[in-house]
Design a protein around this ligand. Structure first.
Ligand code: NAP
Ligand code: F7E
Length: 325
């Protein structure tokens, strides 16, 4: 039997790298889109580069999205591409809207025109809950986004539901809470902390500047979360699901655990930088993934402490390589 074909937008990102590996392990023919950039950003894919096929396409350009769908003929499309860093969304709100919101509409429109039988996954986000209306947050919790990124994700979320309802597309949204890994971008708080801890331990850095240490997040492991994306597209009917661990921790707790892993006292190294505070903060997020547990049979495997340890250990290895030139 011919392999199922999947197309991943945002394959060069953290989740793209984990999802590509998962789909390869399941025997898929895996394709991904990359945008023309001044420097190639495919390091996360180095190990699997010869097992996947990359195509040029940009979420800003609907023609490129239609061409790649026509060329690949995928059974499943995972839309992971986004301007995903919340602080940048205040500096570049329009770009964020173009890529993260309208990009999803362009891709859905391309799917509808090229092959409406394609199964479509939309990477929705817990940032849509923003100023939370209830705790924990579930699929029925009202949204109140607190950043241009959160607003853009809400558009993408609702346009996905609208295409499902208007055209009968098999389109599902995963409302994923924060998920991290050694492949997380270095600008996000978890990786910023674990990289700094490793580099401080090896004498490569002496300070770690952070913003709001009181913010609380429900942090899981990216490797677990991409499995939920795949499961959503294997169901009989499309639907939307919260994916979360159900546990919340402060940034301070993350920092303390990460420094403890290398026997250092964070108080000696951490400084608060008011420039890193956000114009509007999401103070607390914690999700209820009961629906995903019941219907998808999904559950997270990696706990908070193991996630912190995994990230610190990986960054220690990288810092050792850096230190030895
Ligand atoms: P990420 O590491 O920031 O990756 C984003 C991807 O989008 C990269 O491959 C990037 O490509 C691509 N991209 C950006 N602009 C593009 C454009 N104009 N055209 C085509 N591709 C473009 O994000 P992630 O953490 O893997 O997250 C994956 C998705 O889930 C994102 O949509 C994110 O918003 C969403 N999400 C993430 C989390 C989380 O905690 N990680 C939680 C909820 C939802 P380049 O390499 O060229 O920059
Ligand atoms: O911030 C606080 C910051 O940038 C987490 C994206 O994947 O998850 C991510 O968005 C918290 C915030 O992630 C620093 O104020 C303190 O309260 O790691 P973050 P995020 O904003 O939650 C959601 C679900 C997504 O969808 C997004 O795409 O940490 N914080 N000090 C800091 N944050 C950063 N980045 N840097 C600091 O120095």
């Amino acid at each position: 039997m011919a392999a199922r074909r999947a197309l991943i937008t945002g394959i060069t990102g953290q989740d793209g790298a984990y999802l590509a590996r998962l789909l390869l392990d399941k025997g898929y023919d895996v394709h991904g889109t990359v945008r023309r950039a001044s420097t190639p950003g495919e390091q996360r894919l180095a190990e699997i580069r010869d097992r996947i096929t990359l195509h040029d396409a940009d979420m800003l350009d609907v023609g490129s999205l239609m061409s790649v769908l026509e060329q690949v003929g995928p059974h499943e499309v995972y839309n992971l591409a986004a301007q995903s860093f919340v602080p940048t969304s205040w500096q570049q709100p329009l770009l964020t809207g173009e890529v993260t919101a309208l990009g999803a509409a362009r891709l859905l429109e391309a799917v509808r025109r090229v092959d409406p039988n394609i199964r479509y996954y939309q990477a929705s986000s817990s940032e849509m809950f923003g100023k939370v209306r209830e705790e924990p947050q579930r699929e029925t919790t009202p949204f109140w986004p607190r950043s241009p990124y959160g607003v853009a994700k809400m558009y993408a979320h609702w346009i996905t539901i609208n295409y499902r309802e208007s055209y009968g597309l098999f389109a599902s949204c995963g409302i994923l809470f924060n998920h991290e890994s050694p492949l997380r971008g270095p600008e996000f708080v978890t990786r910023k902390v674990t990289r700094a801890v490793a580099r401080i331990k090896l004498g490569l850095q002496d300070r770690l500047r952070l913003g709001n240490l009181d913010a609380q997040r429900d942090w899981g492991f990216a490797g677990d979360y991409v499995e939920a994306m795949w499961l959503m597209l294997q169901q009989d009917e499309p639907d939307d699901y919260v994916i979360a661990t159900g546990e919340k921790h402060t940034v301070r707790e993350f920092v303390d655990l990460a420094f403890a892993r290398v026997d250092l006292d964070p108080q000696r190294y951490v400084e608060i930088d008011p420039n890193l505070l956000r114009p509007a903060e999401v103070n607390m997020l914690v999700g209820d993934a009961s629906k995903a547990r019941a219907r998808l049979g999904w559950q997270p495997r990696v706990c908070f402490a193991d996630l912190v340890a995994m990230m610190v250990d990986a960054d220690l290895e990288q810092a050792r390589r850096e230190a030895s030139g």
